[in-house]
Design a protein around this ligand. Structure first.
Ligand code: NDP
Length: 237
């Protein structure tokens, strides 16, 4: 369905949370899916590979393995990400570096490892997972906001450049989604956030997965590129 039969898609951080939902949905839609993880492989019945997105050589080796075992990579979803929160004066150099290295450079490393082949084959679709915080900023998340805003710009640049090579690049900007990432937010703060969301609830990982599937689809989405799709229950401030 949606043209995914025989298409190979790689999802970064596919072992849990939003990434695991993307892996599961794409598999159900007929794609051949591989994903990487850092700590433990998770439970998806596909091709899990241990690889750190901050290490270009590990991402290159991963893409080679996927192409050898599954075939030419058609799509990449750059999903792996972290938060390291704190008011700006309290952010350590390590907080800053980790946020940028994993969220921004990690996305670049995943794409860079396969983009030359996509350009050669004149086919490909990239989806970057940004955040509502990348669009609007947030108190206590200067590092995260900077990395997630940059991911949107990266997608726009690759969309312009990739168009002549048949490669599309789009971004999904989730609002607050029920995963481990929300766990450090105190319950009272979560309740306050929910009151700010017009639909009065957090999103579910599967709802992000559907947006990714649409943007990746060679049938449903063949002329959409450089776009950012907000999936946030109307939470646009
Ligand atoms: P989780 O914390 O549940 O999962 C994070 C994922 O990223 C894990 O699979 C983790 O792998 C992987 N990861 C982290 N660092 C690395 C690394 N160096 N190399 C490889 N994999 C890594 O987060 P979510 O599922 O909630 O988030 C997924 C994406 O969605 C992130 O980019 C996040 O910023 C974004 N997002 C999430 C929102 C939310 O409210 N949940 C809102 C907006 C955006 P491992 O388990 O092995 O560490």
């Amino acid at each position: 369905m949606l043209g995914f039969e025989d298409k190979v898609v790689v999802v970064t951080g596919g072992n849990r949370g939003i990434g695991a939902a993307i892996v599961a949905l794409l598999e159900n839609l007929g794609a051949k899916v591989a994903y990487n993880y850092r700590s433990s492989p998770g439970e998806a019945g596909t091709l899990p590979i241990q690889a750190d997105v901050t290490k270009p050589d590990e991402m290159a080796a991963m893409m080679e393995q996927v192409e050898a075992e599954r075939g030419p990579v058609y799509g990449v979803v750059c999903n792996a990400g972290i938060t390291r929160d704190g008011l700006a004066p309290n952010l350590t150099q390590d907080d800053w570096d980790q946020g940028i290295d994993i969220n921004l450079t990690g996305s670049w490393n995943a794409v860079k490892a396969v983009l030359p082949k996509m350009y050669e084959r004149k086919e490909g679709a990239l989806v970057f997972i940004s955040s509502i915080v990348g669009e609007h900023g947030n108190i206590g998340q200067a590092n995260y906001a900077a990395s997630k805003g940059a991911v949107i710009s990266l997608a726009k640049a690759l969309a312009l450049e990739g168009a002549r090579y048949g490669v599309r690049a789009n971004t999904v900007a989730p609002g607050f989604i029920e995963t481990d990432m929300l766990k450090p937010i105190p319950e009272k703060v979560q309740e306050k956030i929910i009151r700010q969301i017009p639909m009065r609830r957090f999103g579910k990982p599967e709802e992000i997965a559907w947006a990714c599937a649409f943007l990746l689809s060679p049938e449903a989405c063949c002329v959409i590129t450089g776009e950012t799709v907000a999936v946030n229950g109307g939470h646009h401030t």
